[in-house]
Design a protein around this ligand. Structure first.
Ligand SMILES: O=C[C@H](O)COP(=O)(O)O
Length: 258
């Protein structure tokens, strides 16, 4: 059963800039965020590329956190050319790590166990983690949506402490067919998947985790569709790609009020 009214969970909005940002595109977004001049009701986390972590952190003057889009699963600094490791995330004073984005899973071949190990290492170091899950179009058409998401979540649950789910994990449900395609899931489709995830949390982790864990939707979220999605009882915010690189990202953050 869906465990709690959405207003009991602080909304969460992530802006995933992927490898799509340059100084020219970042500037107007940061300016819009800074000009908004408000404390957002939602918790806001921006995920720049490694290239732009420090400059974005310095430029942002609003209550928004910075996170990394991916990490390597090594626990210590070392010879891992091209990777970021948890001690570097901490050295930068960052709190958030994203794992399991569909582009990591499907373009770079990250298996469920690899994603889970990254989550484990980040949580063990005291970082907060966005765990991305979601089915491909053929999986949805084969009626496997719930099974795929449960498989991805089970892998994480097998290696992280149960207490992490309430306070340190945000689950991002991102149907792969809706990412960057303009084909947003309907509010009903998204709510059904989010309810499945909340029921999984209750059955696998416990009622308190199910009530507290933020489950956010990602996939072609825009100012024009975020209100209907955000009104669903089990949708606690958004993970935004393309629209997070436009000044109207501020409108999506405002649309994620509790
Ligand atoms: O991480 C964000 C998602 O991949 C969604 O991207 P999108 O908003 O461009 O569809």
């Amino acid at each position: 059963m869906a465990a709690a009214a959405p207003s009991s969970r602080r909304p969460w909005v992530g802006g995933n800039w992927k490898a799509a940002a340059t100084k020219a595109t970042i500037g107007p977004v940061v300016e819009a965020l800074n000009k908004s001049g408000e404390g957002f009701a939602a918790e806001v986390v921006i995920f720049p590329s490694a290239m732009h972590l420090e400059s974005t952190k310095e430029a942002l003057k609003v209550d928004a956190k910075i996170g990394v889009q991916n990490i390597h699963s090594a626990e210590k600094l070392g010879a891992f050319t091209g990777e970021l490791v948890v001690p570097q995330v901490q050295d930068m004073g960052l709190e958030w790590v994203m794992v399991g984005h569909s582009e990591r899973r499907h373009l770079f071949g990250e298996a469920d166990a690899v994603v889970a190990e990254k989550a484990r290492v980040a949580l063990a170091a005291g970082l907060k983690v966005v765990v991305c899950v979601g089915e491909k179009l053929d999986e949805r058409e084969a009626g496997q949506c719930r099974a795929v998401v449960v498989r991805q979540l089970d892998a994480v649950a097998a290696v992280v402490p149960a207490e992490s789910w309430a306070a340190s994990i945000v689950v991002a449900y991102e149907p792969v067919w809706a990412i960057g395609t303009g084909k947003v899931a309907s509010a009903e489709q998204a709510q059904e998947a989010h309810k499945d995830i909340r029921e999984w949390l209750e059955a696998k982790i416990g009622a308190a985790a199910s009530a507290a864990c933020r489950i956010v939707y990602g996939g072609s979220v825009k100012p024009g569709n975020c209100t209907g999605l955000g009104a669903q009882p089990d949708i606690d915010g958004f993970l935004v790609g393309g629209a997070a690189l436009k000044p109207e990202f501020v409108d999506i953050i405002r649309g994620a009020q509790a």
